[in-house]
Design a protein around this ligand. Structure first.
Ligand SMILES: [Zn+2]
Ligand SMILES: [Zn+2]
Length: 342
């Protein structure tokens, strides 16, 4: 099968083609797995973290990609939840143990045996993949393959971030960065909470424009002061400056949720500008979001289907994966980027 593989960790500033085309074996399934013929796979910022080594793939070479939509073409002897022809989605969660204290309490995203799609096992930049039947989500009929794929991580982890903000209707929600994930979270937030006010902070004028088109109340550059204080903010920027700058705009009890697997280190010193009295006192807090549960994926697909929420996206061929990756690195972002595979 055709695939695009990452052979080694590299620096995207120097190496513009980190992924190479490779004729790989079609995966062999176990008794509780299904073989999926992939139709679409969206590109995630996390792929940059893998390529540049901020998170280390357990296996190399690895086929990246964890926003996979495809059809079940073969099932193992013990598979009960899926049948041939089902259209399913696979996100970042590929497997969790199901037995530990976290798995038992609905926090399988924190399981020490968590296996990540496209990092710890091969993912979706390929014609086929395989998945344990418990981690394949049925895709609602109202989405095309391309429309559904960004919902599986940009949407699902964004939705998890939204839940972790604790915002409710009539509150003020901020977005730091307005790419693939936050533009979907804004759509979801405005659907569930009709009176929520959204504030978008982004360096790119295109991102600010998109936010206003989608119904944001205000948009501005990262360091601009918004007209009102915020109850919560979701940060998807890869660096530290925005984290420090946003804290003074939070209300007492406000929460910043960082939706990043890793931050880049080059501006880490900026953290020394954090002022306890101004930025953290009054029970303000900073929280990370880690991975995703299968329930997050199922819920976000349901909500998106109910409210007819669809991502903004651009389509690339599988062989153009490097172009999509470089455009994310260079912040040429308008919504999500989706590889059309078949
Ligand atoms: Zn992702
Ligand atoms: Zn577990």
């Amino acid at each position: 099968m055709k695939s695009m593989v990452l052979n080694k960790v590299t620096d995207l500033k120097i190496d513009k083609t980190p992924l190479s085309s490779h004729e790989a074996e079609i995966p062999k399934i176990n008794k509780n797995e299904a073989l999926i013929k992939i139709n679409a796979c969206a590109v995630c910022h996390t792929e940059l973290d893998e390529i540049e080594g901020r998170i280390q793939p357990i296996k190399l070479p690895v086929i990246p990609g964890h926003q996979i939509v495809g059809k079940v073409v073969e099932i193992g002897s013990e598979v009960k939840k899926l049948k041939k022809g089902d259209r399913v989605g696979i996100g970042w969660i590929n497997y969790a143990c199901g037995k530990c204290e976290y798995c038992k309490s609905g926090l399988e995203n924190l399981c020490s045996e968590f296996v990540a799609t496209g990092k710890d096992v091969d993912g979706g930049y390929a014609e086929y993949t395989k998945i344990n039947e418990n981690y394949a989500a049925v895709i609602p009929d109202n989405f095309t393959d391309e429309e559904a794929s960004p919902l599986l991580c940009a949407g699902a982890v964004g939705y998890r971030s939204l839940k972790l903000t604790n915002v409710r209707d009539n509150m003020n929600l901020g977005f730091l960065g307005f790419g693939a994930s936050n533009h979907l979270v804004l759509k979801i937030a405005k659907a569930i909470y009709p009176n929520i006010k959204c504030f978008a902070f982004a360096r790119s004028e295109n991102e600010r424009k998109l936010a206003m088109q989608l119904g944001a109340y205000w948009s501005g550059d990262i360091k601009e002061v918004p007209p009102e204080k915020l109850n919560a903010v979701i940060d998807t920027t890869p660096v530290w400056m925005p984290v420090v700058e946003i804290m003074k705009n939070l209300k007492p009890g406000g929460r910043l949720v960082i939706n990043n697997i890793r931050k880049e280190d080059f501006d880490k010193d900026y953290l020394l500008n954090l002022d306890y009295a101004r930025d953290l006192w009054m029970e303000k807090e900073i929280k990370s979001v880690a991975n995703v549960t299968f329930l997050d994926i199922k819920e976000v697909l349901e909500i998106a289907a109910n409210f007819n929420i669809k991502p903004e996206f651009q389509i690339f061929n599988l062989s153009e994966a490097n172009t999509a990756i470089n455009e994310i690195k260079n912040k040429e972002i308008i919504g999500a980027k989706v590889l059309k595979i078949s």
